[in-house]
Design a protein around this ligand. Sequence first.
Ligand code: ADP
Ligand code: MG
Length: 416
Amino acid sequence: KPEFITGPSIREFSPSHAGAIDLQQKELQEVKSNFVEARCQIKLMQSEWQDEIQRIVHHVKAMEVTSSSYHKVLEENRLLYNEVQDLKGTIRVYCRVRPFLPGQKDVQSTVDYIGENGNIMIVNPFKQEKDARKVFAFNKVFGQNVSQEQIYTDTQPVIRSVLDGFNVCIFAYGQTGSGKTYTMSGPDLMTETTWGVNYRALRDLFHISNARTHVVTYEIGVQMIEIYNEQLLTLDIRNNSQLNGLNVPDASLVPVSSTRDVLDLMRIGQKNRAVGATALNERSSRSHSVLTVHVQGKELASGSILRGCLHLVDLAGSERVEKSEAVGERLKEAQHINKSLSALGDVISALAQKSSHVPYRNSKLTQVLQDSLGGQAKTLMFVHINPEVNAVGETISTLKFAQRVASIELGAARSN
Ligand code: ADP
Ligand code: MG
């Protein structure tokens, strides 16, 4: 042997080193087999998706060949859309964190972390460090600084599907003061930049319906109802001379053709409410208010009709009322709210789990919305949380409710 080729010395192969190498080999083996397994999984997923995409492409091609009328395209579109949508589910839950109010700048927040993928971590300062943190998963989480515009951008696809004949329910859930009305209506009717989902949705629907006038003519009507103590109250919004004389089946349904009409109606509605302004504010947190937008499209070529319905629901405050605290009217209200919110939760989670029995009959709210919950209909729930420390109990119970409704697995990847 030439001198310069020196093999490993005896010392380098000491038993302890050999052990270390064994371990490394084992780890390497493990990594390798994990890797192989992961690749198999990916391959499997890829082929599943490829099948799905192939199917869709065929479908679209077939559609192009056979569809002579717009209506047919829409119908097909609807089915196709739902098939694709079904892969992701038709129930979505978004969480929105209310900012601190003016003058609360340095207040401690219970929101510890918001992840990109829809996770939110809450810290409860009243608990021991090891039990203080909880993570919840939703389709999306919007932090304190998210604008009304951004919120609408993520709501728009669901809203627009109403023009294609879908029924849609959008709910605002959360304790009183958590921002439900802010999300749905905004702080001020007169300021367009802070408009909530309601007015943006209507503006958008008018916009699209105007753009489609050469193929479909749409009629849009709105209706406002309130559910208080399991009683349904229809708000009279009709006494506007310009809007009279149109042929609608339900007298409380008022045709509208611009956002201005809608704003006028809102004002009339406010005026015609049975209670005064202060009482109204008080009571609004204890009643569910539903703005329903009915859309009917008539295809010019064939004369066929397509109907869609959008329900925008500002729910009663979800805060639990202490038994000892509530008496008389207040107790009755609390019981009704409790009943209807849990009935709503039961319905949505039954739908999310594709359960064969959906308990619509358990509350007025779910009865009223029955046709727009489940089946082909789409549901979007905004759950609102108030980040203040003294709200942490309600925040956690709100998120637990929402989590049950969402049926989203923690850490699971999801898209909107
Ligand atoms: P809720 O309807 O749930 O009782 P509100 O929508 O009335 O709550 O909100 C309570 C307060 O917080 C209001 O003063 C509202 O203007 C304010 N607020 C709520 N959400 C936001 C937000 N995203 N940005 C700014 N202010 C908000
Ligand atoms: Mg409110």
